[in-house]
Each structure stands twice: as structure tokens, then as C-alpha cells.
Design a protein around this ligand. Structure first.
Ligand SMILES: CC(C)(COP(=O)(O)OP(=O)(O)OC[C@H]1O[C@@H](n2cnc3c(N)ncnc32)[C@H](O)[C@@H]1OP(=O)(O)O)[C@@H](O)C(=O)NCCC(=O)NCCS
Length: 176
């Protein structure tokens, strides 16, 4: 684990830490707890290689140094959520959130909002001006979540294949 990135949520109980390759097993467990989200996205449960692939997947032109997988840890140090982000993407002024998910029993209690707020504070310190992301049209609760945090739709991405499914996605942005 990279100890250089570590912060607390507003509740002062949950910790956020950058995950590294040695955390693949706990990240895979989180993916499996979030099977509902894999089914919504891909139409099938997570692959056994989901976490390993997450550490390697990069948008064109970006390197592994640009990618941060932040783990959300409960007070007993179990991984209960994650936020994956790419710096300076899709442009120099922006940070892109590729995925954020919490295990089902930790959702709907304000933790996701606190994780996002802590992340935003951190990216502002890194001179970010915008945070961008895409949310599946089918993911209405996810869309509501981002809208409540002040994100606005800037465009609709054309239909794209994800596993067994095809999705339209809203591209959202927030000035930070
Ligand atoms: C989206 C997600 C990260 C939000 O985190 P969270 O801790 O559940 O969100 P919060 O408790 O801070 O909720 C804030 C608002 O988000 C909305 N929300 C989004 N997803 C929700 C869920 N699964 N359960 C309850 N509320 C949800 C609600 O409108 C809630 O409003 P409220 O404050 O009036 O209750 C989390 O629900 C999750 O991991 N969902 C599955 C994966 C996913 O959809 N990720 C987003 C991909 S773009």
C-alpha cells in the first residue's frame, strides 16, 4: 500500500488509502460483494480477474502513475468501498472518476458522499479544476447521487458495449 496517500472521512472513522498490487485480493472481494453492479453494467457477475484488470486498465495516453485506486476502509480495516481515478483526464485541468462503488451493506448511509467530498478536497490540493465521470443511463440511483453532489450533464456518450450489455452514458462534470 502507498502510504503517501491517506486521509480520513469527515466521520473520522473511515480511512482512505491508495491501493497497490498487493491489495488485489481484497479488491477482488469487494468486486464480488458488488455483483449487483457488475450485472447492471456487464450483464454478468465480476470476472475472477476483475481486480487484476483494474490495476492495469488505462485510457489512451495515460500511464500507471496517472491512475489512483483509492480504498475506503472501515474502522476495523476492512475494505468497504473504492474510487478509481485518473489525473489530468480528459484534459489537463480535470480528474476523471472511472468507478466508485461501496459494498451493498454500506450504501445509503452517507459514506459515498463523504468519500467523494474527501476525494474532492484531495484533488483540489492537486490543482484540479474539474472532476468528470460517466454514469450509465440505466443507473438512476447513481445519477441521482452525482447530481446531488453538484455534477451536471455535459454530454451523452454514444451507445457502447460493456460485457453482454450496451449502454448509453451521461458524461457529468463538476467545477471544484
Ligand atoms: C453510488 C454510491 C457510490 C453512492 O454511495 P452511498 O454511500 O450509497 O451514497 P450516500 O449514502 O452518500 O447517498 C447519497 C444519495 O445518493 C443516492 N443513492 C445512490 N445510490 C444509492 C443506493 N444504492 N442506496 C441508497 N441511496 C443511493 C440517494 O439519492 C442518496 O440520497 P439521500 O441522501 O437523499 O438518501 C453507492 O450507492 C454504490 O456503490 N452504488 C453501486 C455502484 C454505483 O452505482 N456506482 C456509481 C457508478 S457511476
Amino acid at each position: 500500500m502507498d502510504d503517501s496517500i491517506r486521509f480520513l472521512l469527515e466521520n473520522a472513522a473511515h480511512t482512505v488509502k491508495k491501493l497497490g498490487l498487493s491489495d488485489e485480493k481484497i479488491l477482488q472481494q469487494l468486486y464480488e460483494q458488488c455483483t449487483d453492479y457488475a450485472i447492471l453494467t456487464d450483464g454478468h457477475p465480476p470476472l475472477s480477474s476483475a481486480a487484476a484488470e483494474e490495476f492495469l486498465a488505462l485510457p489512451e495516453g495515460k500511464t500507471i502513475q496517472d491512475k489512483f485506486i483509492l480504498g475506503l476502509f472501515a474502522p476495523d480495516d476492512t475494505l468497504v468501498g473504492m474510487l478509481e481515478t485518473i489525473r489530468h483526464y480528459p484534459d489537463e485541468k480535470s480528474w476523471w472518476i472511472g468507478l466508485m462503488m461501496l459494498s451493498p451493506e454500506h450504501r445509503g448511509k452517507g459514506l459515498g458522499s463523504q468519500l467523494y467530498q474527501a476525494y474532492e478536497t484531495w484533488v483540489i490540493q492537486q490543482s484540479a479544476q474539474f472532476v468528470c465521470l460517466a454514469v450509465l443511463e440505466e443507473n438512476q440511483p447513481g445519477f441521482n447521487f452525482w447530481q446531488k453532489l453538484g455534477f451536471e450533464v455535459i454530454r451523452i456518450a454514444p451507445p457502447q458495449q460493456f460485457g453482454n450489455k450496451v449502454h448509453r452514458r451521461y458524461v457529468l462534470r463538476r467545477q471544484v
